[in-house]
Design a protein around this ligand. Structure first.
Ligand code: UDP
Ligand code: MG
Length: 310
């Protein structure tokens, strides 16, 4: 088979209810661009009917390829696996829950084909998600763009299309902590947004990314793209030093003047305070050490069980 012009990488994890609509909309959008495409669905260790459904659809549509990971690795790793397998000149990343509309792919492709940019990325103008989730995501983006020194616009996720040049640069980043939108901003090249309204998950079910996993992803992003955690320690330490210096001077003066010294409550409080700050900062240091350790172990980000591609 000739190398495809376009590859679209879609990670799916327990999405049995969505597969049929997903494939229908995706294939229609791709067909409208070119017949030379491949749609790579990465099954990230699903335990429901996702994989059998994908394989059944593949029987009639050979351009649908199914990359099966050996277990659930999380969606950033699933994307990475799919990107490594992609052969197209233009390669897109798209969530499998139809929150990223496949109908935008032709527009992204057009921008790359006419050489308007090297990377076209979706930018959400509107989100149909719960307000609590929206608020958290918003504050994360605010913190991230302020502290990472990366020009990443707000409201940007994985949804994007890259040309070969940009993708090769992207894939040359081998770190284990993978926050893909950050890595994409890091490589540079000419990047342009495509605005769209983010839909709710198509089948209305809860996101597969729990709050716990979103939080972990946010920490990954902050630790690997900014020095914010270290800065917080530094400035709190500095602030504490000034406060205790002033306090110390006050204690000495009051001692000299013969005013009664502070009682045990102020002593207790400052011991608690210093103790807890030290523990917190030890934790931050520990986090860095752990991350260095993990990079050093150099374990692969994913393992492939099967690749149904020919
Ligand atoms: N996903 C995955 N592995 C996981 C969690 C999610 O491949 O461990 C897929 C999921 O099937 C979906 C996409 O990643 O296609 C985005 O997940 P979700 O909608 O839960 O996240 P959010 O929209 O909140 O970023
Ligand atoms: Mg989603």
């Amino acid at each position: 088979m000739l190398d495809p012009l376009i590859s679209v990488v879609v990670p799916v994890y327990n999405e049995e209810g969505l597969i049929d609509t997903l494939l229908k909309r995706c294939l229609a959008a791709l067909e409208s661009i070119t017949p030379a495409f491949e749609l790579i669905c990465v099954d990230d260790g699903s335990r429901d009917q996702t994989l059998p459904r994908l394989l059944a659809a593949r029987a009639t549509e050979p351009r649908l390829k199914v990359l099966v990971l050996s277990r659930n690795f999380g969606h950033q790793s699933a994307y990475t696996a799919g990107l490594h397998a992609a052969k197209g000149q233009y390669v897109a990343m798209m969530d499998g829950d139809l929150q990223d509309p496949p109908e935008l792919l032709p527009r992204m492709y057009e921008m790359l084909r006419t050489n308007e940019c090297d990377i076209a990325y979706g930018q959400r103008t509107d989100r149909a998600e719960g307000w609590g989730r929206q608020l958290l995501i918003k504050s994360f983006h605010g913190i991230f763009s302020n502290f990472s020194r990366l020009k990443q616009s707000d409201n940007v996720g994985n949804f994007s299309m890259l040309n070969r040049k940009a993708l090769d640069a992207f894939l040359s980043l081998h770190e284990k902590n993978r926050y893909l939108p950050g890595l994409r901003a890091f490589i540079g090249f000419r990047q342009l947004p495509v605005a769209y309204a983010r839909q709710a998950r198509h089948d209305g079910t809860l996101p597969k990314m729990s709050y716990k996993r979103l939080f972990a992803l946010a920490l990954d992003a902050l630790f690997s793209f900014s020095d914010l955690p270290i800065k917080i320690c530094l400035y709190t330490g500095l602030f504490g030093m000034i406060v205790f210096l002033l306090g110390g001077i006050w204690v000495l003066i009051s001692k000299a003047l013969g005013v009664a010294p502070f009682g045990w409550s102020s002593l207790e409080l400052s011991i608690y305070f210093i103790g807890s700050i030290q523990l917190l900062f030890l934790g931050v240091l520990g986090e860095y050490v752990f991350r260095i350790y993990r990079e050093n172990q150099n374990r692969p980000i994913y393992f492939i069980q099967d690749y149904h591609d020919e």
